[in-house]
Design a protein around this ligand. Structure first.
Ligand code: SF4
Ligand code: SF4
Length: 334
């Protein structure tokens, strides 16, 4: 079995903040558009935190840094530019930034135009469709910010999530990306295709995907209660997963760790949905395995030690006996 110790880490995935200017309905920082926090902290990492967690000496072994995360957008972090500069100066790593791209000014984004940085801008269609999913973002602003990176000789990638409401625009967006000078166009299909969308207060607004579910428009509180209660590893549940599957840990293969915005360390973003406080299916299995994993309090070498407990759980026969649902759902061999 692969083991990940501090000396073998080559790649970092970092969530700088849990703040975001957008309200994407399938993002866990809200519930289908409804303002609901299921237990994550509103927090962010400052330059001094990053310097404390990743010493200059440690950075010498790092080859790749990805600024993304589960619950916030890179561009909302106060020290984002200074932190990127810390990595550029003290490591030879390639840097990737994934963003909704709608916050800040073209001048701010121009400072990230650097051949070692690739910025993936979430552009889910053209002006008339983009904000159906990327609620509270502005297509023209994202394009202006991306153009600023491109015109200053930086790398911008057009990242497109296909939905029923925008997939007829894929070819047009691809052509526009080429015309504008994006270095790449990427389709990212994760099955985000069907949901009712609610206002911040919980009033139904529209459907993403087909118009309607059997039974009409559900109340957001009913859906939320189901979401919070369906996963209970102490009872035999009906889950459409072969629980005996072998696990191929992507993080171990990539020699990567995940840093959440409160300083806590996980093998990956899937396990890093704040298991100690957040109500997420599967978090209750991960929580008791975690020990001393906050890198603002403990050395990084100690923060990864609990991964061994997680790895041992992969050999268990099924979810009821403690095999993590999160790992099965994400990394089972198919
Ligand atoms: S841009 Fe990212 S962090 Fe912000 S709401 Fe959308 S998915 Fe969530
Ligand atoms: S979900 Fe589990 S198996 Fe998959 S990358 Fe994360 S820790 Fe590894």
């Amino acid at each position: 079995m692969l083991m990940l110790d501090i000396n073998s880490i080559r790649s970092l995935h970092i969530e700088l903040t849990t703040r975001c200017n957008a309200r994407c309905p399938m993002c866990m920082r809200n519930y289908r558009g409804y303002s609901y926090n299921s237990g994550y902290p509103i927090t962010e990492l400052l330059l001094e935190d990053i310097q404390k967690i990743f010493s200059i000496d440690f950075l010498k072994q790092i080859r790749h840094v990805n600024f993304n995360g589960n619950l916030g957008d890179f561009s909302n972090a106060k020290d984002a530019l200074k932190i990127v500069d810390y990595f550029l100066t003290n490591s030879t790593s390639q840097i990737q930034i994934e963003t909704n791209g709608s916050a800040n000014t073209p001048e701010w984004w121009a400072q990230l135009a650097n051949r070692r940085i690739t910025i993936l801008f979430a552009l889910d269609g053209l002006e008339d469709t983009h904000s159906t999913y990327r609620i509270d973002t502005n297509w023209n602003k994202v394009i202006a910010n991306a153009k600023s990176v491109i015109n200053n000789n930086g790398n911008a990638v057009w990242k497109f999530i296909p939905f029923m409401h925008n997939k007829h625009q894929i070819n047009e967006c691809k052509a526009l990306a080429k015309d504008l000078g994006f270095t790449d166009f990427t389709l990212w299909d994760q099955g985000r295709n069907q949901t009712p969308v609610y206002s911040r207060k919980g009033e139904f607004e529209y459907w993403i995907g087909t118009n309607g579910w059997p039974g009409g428009i559900p109340k957001v509180t009913d859906l939320l209660n189901n979401h919070l209660s369906w996963f209970d590893p102490s009872i035999k549940m009906s889950i459409d997963i072969d629980e005996s599957s072998r696990l191929n840990c992507i993080s171990m293969q990539n020699q990567e760790i995940y840093l959440a915005a409160d300083g806590s360390i996980y093998p990956c973003c899937f396990t890093g949905f704040y298991p100690e406080t957040m109500h997420q299916p599967g978090n209750s299995q991960i929580k008791p395995m975690i020990k001393n994993n906050n890198a603002l309090e403990y050395p990084l070498s100690e923060c990864v030690e609990w991964f061994t407990t997680l790895q041992k759980s992969w050999d268990l026969p099924d979810i009821m006996s403690g095999k993590p649902y999160i790992c099965l759902n994400t990394c089972r061999s198919r």
